[in-house]
Design a protein around this ligand. Structure first.
Ligand SMILES: [Zn+2]
Length: 377
């Protein structure tokens, strides 16, 4: 069933990609790509005029725009940077254009078949893992990921080769499952060949680091999160769902965790783990596991659950903008609104620092200075 669904989704993606290019290209071309948004509140500038020229923010000024400029009236609206989702699956559901319409400028795809590594996701900027590096018959090759979502290895030499192979094909982050989805961890590893050994985990992480890649782990249990830290993993792909020990929290204090709280909204441990990880100093990255979760855009439930876990609205916005831009190396054009940078921003009906849910329903999304057409007329 899932297999059939995935195949049809992949076909749909292939068909829709030509539409994507056409729709985006026509968005601003009729009126030129230099224009001024007038009357919106912009953090740090009060009510200001934002001038976009050739895809970049040319000016943020208190002055009225010159008469020759095309003006977009956004009086009383709020303008803020577009979001970065640090955990998506573009192979499962939603086109890049659907994410863009929902306010996402950049994303990290944490498991897809190799073919996705060479797919053009414009107008989104996407960093991809490709298949997870996993043990022979390991997660997820015997479950949802049997169609190429796992690259199976055995031994340290194979670990290095797999990382080289993924890098050469376009992967810029490596993802490994640690333990398994049902919570078996290191204790069963010796008897369970479908879990990567500590030596294999470390070989993958070391080699990925030597190529400049970040390493993410699917580690749901305390033991798995501990093993991930010991192997040198940089980021947890999910907040673990089992209560983390103080030692595990300490091991992750200088690393990062992708929230994905909306992927398991009924559990209370993830929120508590996020709270303790933050207190210890870990970086929280907004991520939704989109594809598994089904909201295309900035997910209001994820925002709410992050708030429940103790983040204020400014911290939630940072987890979806400045923090992931820095962590993943998306560069200075993402996660910020500043003169000289790419015009990647949202027009919102309220101040997101007062009302975070406004982020989930942007009135308009601009990427590289082009307005992304609304999903619903
Ligand atoms: Zn995922």
């Amino acid at each position: 069933m899932l297999r059939t669904t995935l195949v049809s989704i992949v076909l749909l993606l292939a068909v829709s990609s030509t539409l994507v290019a056409g729709e985006v290209a026509t968005a601003e071309s009729a009126t030129g790509n230099t224009f001024a948004l007038v009357g919106a509140h912009i953090r740090g500038h009060g009510v200001a005029t934002l001038i976009v020229k050739d895809g970049r923010i040319a000016e943020i000024t208190a002055e009225e725009p010159s008469e020759s400029l095309r003006v977009v009236d956004v009086t009383d609206r709020f303008i803020g940077p577009a979001f970065i989702d640090s955990h998506v699956h573009l192979a499962y559901a939603f086109s890049a254009l659907e994410l863009a319409r929902g306010g996402i400028a950049a994303a990290v795809d944490l498991a897809a078949p190799v073919s996705f590594l060479t797919t053009d996701f414009a107008p989104l900027r996407v960093v991809l893992a490709g298949p997870m590096v996993t043990a022979i018959t390991g997660y997820p090759t015997k479950s949802w990921g049997s169609d190429g979502y796992g690259l199976e290895i055995r031994g340290v030499a194979a670990a290095t080769t797999a990382v080289d192979q993924l890098y050469a094909t376009g992967a810029r982050v490596i993802k490994m499952p640690i333990g398994d989805a049902t919570g078996e961890g290191a204790l069963t590893m010796a008897k369970n060949p479908s879990i990567l050994s500590d030596a294999e985990l470390k070989a993958v992480a070391d080699h990925a680091h030597s190529l400049g890649m970040q390493v993410a782990a699917h580690a749901i249990t305390d033991i798995a999160a501990q093993r991930a830290a010991a192997a040198g993993v940089d980021v947890l792909a999910h907040t673990p769902t089992e209560r983390l020990s103080d030692a595990t929290i300490a091991a992750w204090a200088e690393r990062a965790v992708i929230s994905t709280l909306a992927a398991f909204p009924k559990l209370s441990e993830p929120a508590e783990n996020i709270r303790r990880l933050r207190e210890a100093g870990a970086t929280v990255l907004y991520g939704t596991d989109m594809g598994y979760t089904t909201f295309p855009g900035i997910n209001p439930l994820e925002l709410q659950l992050l708030a429940n876990a103790g983040l204020d609205n400014a911290e939630i916005i940072a987890a979806g903008t400045t923090a992931p831009a820095k962590f993943w190396g998306f560069g200075p054009d993402y996660g910020v609104l500043a003169v000289g940078r790419s015009a990647n921003f949202l027009v919102l009906d309220g101040n997101p620092e007062h009302n975070r849910s406004t982020l989930a329903r942007p009135l308009a999304v601009y990427l590289d200075g082009r307005r992304i057409e609304a999903a619903v007329p």
